[in-house]
Design a binder for this molecule. Sequence first.
Ligand code: MN
Length: 521
Amino acid sequence: MEAQNDWVRIFDTTLRDGEQSPGCTMNVEEKVVVARQLEALGVDVIEAGFAAASPGDFESVKSVAGTVESPVVLSLSRTREADIEAAVSAVSSARNPGIHIFIATSDLHLKSKLGMSRQEVIDAAVWAVERARRDLDYIEFSAEDASRSDLDYLCQVFAEVISAGAVVCNVPDTTGYAVPGQTRALFEALRARTPGGDGIVWSTHCHNDLGLAVANSLAAVEGGARQVECTINGIGERAGNTSMEEVVMSLATRKDHFQVGTRINTRQIYPASQALSKVIGVALAPTKPIVGANAFAHEAGIHQDGVLKNVLTYEIMTPESVGRLSNRLVLGKHSGRHAFADRLRELGVDLHAIDVNEAFARFKELADKKKEVYDEDLFAIVAEDGDVEQRYEIVDVKISASLGSAPSVEVTLSVEGSHKVVRSEGDGIVDACYRAITELAGVEPRLESYQVEGITGGTDAIGHVSCFIFVDDIGVRGHGSDTDIVMASAYAFVDALNRYEARRKRAASGADAPVLREVGP
Ligand code: MN
């Protein structure tokens, strides 16, 4: 029988390892939205950032620490005094504060990156853990590139940091090099051979370069790991980190095999996935397990027939168990504010984190254009937060287009309250529209990425556009949703420009200085 204190802790690093991958950058407000969602999921540990990396990172860790209550909140830290001080200070307001100290242990990293001997690395690790111990009880230690480190040396490093006070030992496969059989054997060996290793939690941290992050994480659990480090939707550097939803649902669905589970509220998985995807504007592959659009769609006739007779014929878990409600049609134009708020709550949206009145106004506007409003539409509505000051607002867009001539668009833009009009031609309607807005705004943005996502079915479906622009060296993302894709594009672009203005003001006040990042475990 499973012991009460035997469960696999979920350590979420969406806000640190996930966020540091290109295109997944989040600002402080966005990180707080994601952190609330992580708490609703019931994750055990949140790695909120790398406090010493930049003032912006410090602010993010501090804000997350002050927001969530149940999870442990950690900051990443190198084995340096300044890093530890920043981390300790950033997590100080957390109810359950902690620190995550790392240093590389593979000979390759020691020689090529650190220029340190094995003994010097042990000394640095022990010093850092002892130093952090003065301020914090919860200390995780990571041996970066552990999967390519010498086993005897690894046991020695872990034994030393355990006696210095580390309570979690993490064994990262930093480069995504490990294979499952080897990973399981590694954990079995570490547990058997590390003095003090039976009194701490062993943790796995995998990368998906060979598509093996989830398989390696599960193999680690078989080998005795009781913490999995992962991210929502598997975001992260290169091919990404271990995907939280895949690990959690593997352990839940195959409990017969693993004999151990997590404390995750699985019904919050889909809301969390949707919320993150909207915040960072990165769409999911339709075939993505658990959370992709097709993950529960049975198209083949023979499957549909089987599913109708008995869902177990082809379904190993239900869409409801991960928060995908089969009754997707929810609201219409006659739905009231109460029904709207109730539905958001059912979907796992934190009503404290959004302006409900404003979201309801946007819902009414949408319901007027569209007969049926789906859950996915609601996620799009709440993702458009109204926090940013609206320097620019679209007043009107007039389009003229025909085959054989360049389209032209006349945009009326309110700039700090006064209306300006410009007509512009372009290679397409969206291009013409962006040219007109650019001229009106008087800045020179470079469009880095532009993505359209049809959120629900039908030609009256709401379209969600996200774009990422650079003005000078400031990169910002904008979102827009509308039943008309040109309007959604225009809203997204103007949203990005408003966010740029807000960011520029913050940068001028020194709160958001850009800094080069260290990769980390
Ligand atoms: Mn990593």
